[in-house]
Design a protein around this ligand. Sequence first.
Ligand code: SF4
Length: 114
Amino acid sequence: MAKIGILTCLYSNNVCARVGCLKAFNSRTGHFTEYGPDDELAALMTCNGCKSWREPAPSEDQELLEKVERLSKEEIDVVHVGVCSVHHGKECGRMTELCGLIEEKGIRVVRGTH
Ligand code: SF4
């Protein structure tokens, strides 16, 4: 059984109810086609926001590091990253850094949900 997490941009909270991501996971469509009926969605998280209102970089943000640690402790196998992390055709640098921190824990990161 795979344990799956979804990671999204904090700003997307303003406009997003995660319906697209959850619908894709539940129907095993989009970027979730590889999973079987026993694989479970076990984590939902956002980044901790942009530098303009939260100074520490992801690698120095103790609360964000706590969230990454929790993914590891819960034995999350793979984290899917929402398209909301892409701005003007490029992945947000803070999100890229956060994904690297997740990968350092041995967790696979997949760009894409629905
Ligand atoms: S740091 Fe990037 S991913 Fe996080 S809220 Fe800001 S734009 Fe979104």
